[in-house]
Design a protein around this ligand. Structure first.
Ligand SMILES: NC(=O)c1ccc[n+]([C@@H]2O[C@H](COP(=O)([O-])OP(=O)(O)OC[C@H]3O[C@@H](n4cnc5c(N)ncnc54)[C@H](OP(=O)(O)O)[C@@H]3O)[C@@H](O)[C@H]2O)c1
Length: 291
């Protein structure tokens, strides 16, 4: 049994995945644009993640663009049967690295085809529609048109399951009228807890919630509470942040991102970190201080 088995499992589409997975966004170059600084290190991180038991990898063809998926293919293809690669569509990159909404039928179809080609797959396991009404956080607006396109691609057999990213509760309800929504991927971590109620609702409904920026994103979390708890438990702050998320709700699937082998090992070891109740209580108040 590997250490990440201790994170438990949860259903993602028709697969049961380990709750500690890996987010591949950090494998592209600075600003998620262009090639990585160290190509071989990127391959090594992916190979070690899967060898350690990770069977859920999050990516998108707009990371790089194309580059992250090409590295995943180079490192891991042919893929293990139990590996679930989740990708997302709904944006494209400008020549300056900007993130541009790409919601037309042609753009979404091309994005699915780009993901298939660059990952070397005939069908994508899970595709999240990345909602872009506001690039920085969920904002209301109908997703009927773009989600109908994804549902058509699902009927054509190019996409197995559909999820939503950067979504409001209203959009999740609207989406469920169009196709089954197997996961929701929104920003959430110890210091950013806007989705508390949504997570509990999705847990009751058996839907996976996948927090992006679980460690705080480009500027990892820093807090004296986190450091103090970590010191008491002889763990690192990042391990405590991940262990808290695992404890927060059973439907949370983790995809911490790193381009570093040592950080990968540290993050995967968080599966074995049991947080005592008093530490959880202290950490629960971190967002109040951050707010
Ligand atoms: N749906 C969306 O809109 C969306 C948006 C953003 C991200 N995502 C997905 O979510 C995944 C996770 O997000 P993320 O990678 O941006 O943020 P994250 O996991 O919160 O944090 C990544 C950052 O933390 C650092 N880090 C990782 N492990 C560390 C450790 N043990 N100690 C110290 N620093 C550590 C990384 O740098 P090093 O490389 O140096 O370790 C990187 O700077 C992404 O890979 C992507 O798949 C989705």
């Amino acid at each position: 049994m590997s250490i990440i088995d201790q994170s438990g499992t949860f259903n993602l589409g028709d697969h049961k995945v380990r709750r500690l997975g890996y987010g591949a966004m950090q494998l592209a170059g600075p600003g998620v644009f262009g090639p990585p600084r160290d190509h071989d290190a990127a391959l090594a991180v992916l190979r070690e993640a899967v060898a350690s038991g990770v069977n859920h990898i999050d990516t998108s063809d707009f990371y790089g663009p194309h580059i992250t998926n090409q590295i995943i293919r180079e490192a891991l293809h042919p893929y293990r049967d139990d590996l679930v690669i989740v990708t997302k569509v709904g944006a494209r990159r400008g020549t300056d690295g900007s993130w541009i909404p790409a919601f037309s039928r042609d753009e979404l179809t091309e994005a699915v085809q780009d993901n298939l080609r660059n990952l070397g797959l005939d069908v994508l396991d899970v595709v999240n529609l990345r909602i872009m009404f506001d690039v920085h956080g969920p904002a209301e607006g109908s997703i009927e048109e773009p989600l109908t396109v994804l549902a058509d691609l699902q009927r054509r057999g190019l996409v197995r399951h559909v999820g939503l990213s950067n979504a409001t509760s209203g959009q999740i309800a609207e989406g469920r009228g169009i196709t089954e929504i197997v996961c929701v991927q929104n920003q959430y971590n110890l210091a950013h807890r806007n989705d508390d109620r949504l997570i509990d609702d999705l847990a009751r409904q058996g839907t996976a919630y996948v927090p992006f920026f679980p460690l705080g994103g480009f500027t990892p979390l820093q807090s004296s509470t986190l450091s103090n708890v970590a010191a008491r438990l002889s763990a690192t702050p990042m391990q405590v942040a991940l262990a808290w998320l695992l404890r927060r709700a059973p439907n949370i699937l983790l995809i911490p991102g790193t381009a570093s082998l040592s950080h990968l090992r540290e993050n995967l070891a968080a599966a074995g970190l049991a947080l005592p109740d008093d530490a959880v209580e202290e950490l629960n108040h971190m967002a109040d201080v951050a707010a």
